[in-house]
Write a protein that binds this ligand. Structure first.
Ligand code: ZN
Length: 481
């Protein structure tokens, strides 16, 4: 087994070796520009070792040695690498996904629930000592002191971390719109920018303020949507107004729903019924509504979710940390509502890393005593099913006609190897049970946002410095440490 050893006998050798190692690494690019103008509308991903995706029949597929041809942000063709050649004159950028054991590509993952600006508050809740309720209260004091720059920097931190973990679409649920819009544009992340019409942290928000944004819906980089913190915080009149807005502007509505039993009781106190029943009464039970958590729902409510095709975001890590209770996955299966489930990270206050692979693993572990959630189903929740819950259209699969949102993972890496070559589907289980890990490259709408593990638009080191000083300025404004 001599061949797996380096030539170094000690640290001095290793340091000498470092320079040659770095030189060698520089040669490890997979990119060849074939067009001098720098225009890259046509991209060929050549000979991916494996493509993991969901096919037209909603079956998980692992395709070996396939190429993907992309034109203007849309996947044109997916074909066996050996069967076909695309002439160089039709390629602006060539990505060699075959050499050095190759690359595995998956659709970019879809995160259906987070609060991006809260990225700035990571250290405010490390959950070592003290209790969760006190820490959330303290965190809220910090959050109340955040300014526009803080919201923006937090969102950039959030989106870029998600991107490193293979996530290309994010539903942002927050009280501000513009900083999220600017962060989406800067990082190129696909963002559903749901602004709170009724908010705890932004009491001045209202349906009227949200309508002003929706009126200019088309001019934004992000996709506007409506959020409310909790249903019991909204009056019947406000909810009627929100219903009118979702219909008029054809936008999604998202809210935290039935996260704890005490919030369900608040809903009963105000409306006389449980959460989903109230949504039905108010005409808000439909596929434009996306509920995060949905932990404390009755059998009857889950039947209503299935009947009205209400979207659900499952957030097991957040539920564990906040001791919210256990999502009733087996009942969602029993009442055929499980195809309405997507996954989310929540903010760094509720799950310290913004990653979905570890969330998929958490889902598997959380429910294993009562129901085995298959790797196939977990993979769909992160991709095709997540896209359908968020009504994204042709997103979440690697197939012709779909938006070119693609995550590139090195095959010769922990998290994939060793795997059964006779059954490459085992890569999916390996990927999920290994938990989170970083992608090698990331494409959003046909554009490489991360190449050779580096973000092409945001200097991550400088971002960390900016986030750090903003965080300390914020603590200073609060006047304690
Ligand atoms: Zn949340």
């Amino acid at each position: 087994m001599e061949n797996i050893l380096t030539q170094n006998k000690n640290l001095a050798d290793a340091l000498k070796d470092e320079a040659s190692y770095l030189l060698e690494r520089q040669k490890h690019t997979r990119y060849t520009m074939l067009r001098k103008s720098g225009q890259v509308g046509r991209v060929l991903i050549s000979g991916a070792a494996f493509i993991i995706t969901v096919d037209q029949n909603d079956k998980l597929k692992v395709l070996a040695n396939h190429s993907v041809y992309i034109v203007n942000g849309v996947i044109k063709e997916v074909f066996p690498a050996k069967q076909k050649l695309i002439p160089e004159s039709k390629i602006d950028l060539l990505y060699d996904a075959a050499k050095r054991s190759g690359v595995v590509i998956t659709p970019g993952f879809i995160n259906a629930h987070t609060h991006p600006p809260m990225y700035l508050l990571r250290s405010s809740m490390t959950l070592d000592k003290g209790n969760v309720v006190d820490q959330v209260a303290k965190m809220a004091l910090l959050e109340a002191k955040m300014d526009e720059l803080d919201f923006f920097l937090g969102a950039v931190g959030d989106f870029t971390e998600e991107q490193k973990n293979g996530i290309t679409t994010t539903l942002s649920h927050y009280g501000v719109f513009d900083p999220i819009e600017r962060a989406a544009k800067m990082t190129r992340q696909n963002v559903i920018n749901a602004i709170s019409a009724i908010s705890n942290s932004h009491p001045k928000n209202s349906p009227a303020l949200v309508e002003k944004i929706l009126q200019h819906k088309k001019q934004y980089f992000s996709q506007p949507a409506i959020a409310i913190h909790y249903i019991h915080k909204a009056s019947p009149e406000q909810l009627q107004e929100i219903r009118r807005l979702t219909k008029k502007y054809k936008v999604l509505l998202t809210m935290h729903a039935a996260e704890t039993e005490s919030w369900v009781q608040d809903c009963i106190e105000r409306y006389g019924k449980r959460t989903i029943e109230v949504l039905v009464d108010l005409g808000l039970a439909n596929s434009n509504t996306v509920l995060s958590h949905a932990v404390h729902v009755s059998d009857a409510e889950i039947k209503l979710i299935a009947k009205h095709k209400i979207g659900i975001v499952h957030l097991p890590t957040s539920n564990k940390i906040h001791r919210s209770g256990e999502f009733k996955y087996p009942l969602f299966v029993k009442y055929k509502a499980d195809k309405l489930i997507s996954l989310g990270t929540d903010s760094v206050i509720s799950k310290n890393t913004l990653d979905l692979l570890s969330e998929a693993l958490q889902t598997r572990i959380m429910h294993q005593h009562s129901h085995r959630v298959l790797y196939e189903d977990l993979f769909k929740m992160m991709t095709s099913q997540g896209a359908s819950v968020l009504k994204l259209g042709k997103v979440g699969r690697i197939a012709p006609g779909y938006r070119a949102d693609i995550a590139f993972w090195k095959l010769r890496d922990r998290g994939f190897m060793p795997y059964n070559e006779a059954k490459p589907i085992s890569l999916v289980g390996n990927m999920i049970t290994h938990g989170g890990r970083n992608i090698r490259d990331l494409m959003i709408k046909g554009e490489f946002v991360i190449s050779n593990r580096l973000h092409n638009r945001v200097n991550e080191s400088k971002l960390m410095t900016e986030l750090q000083s903003a965080h300390m300025r914020l603590r200073k404004r609060l006047g304690n440490d």
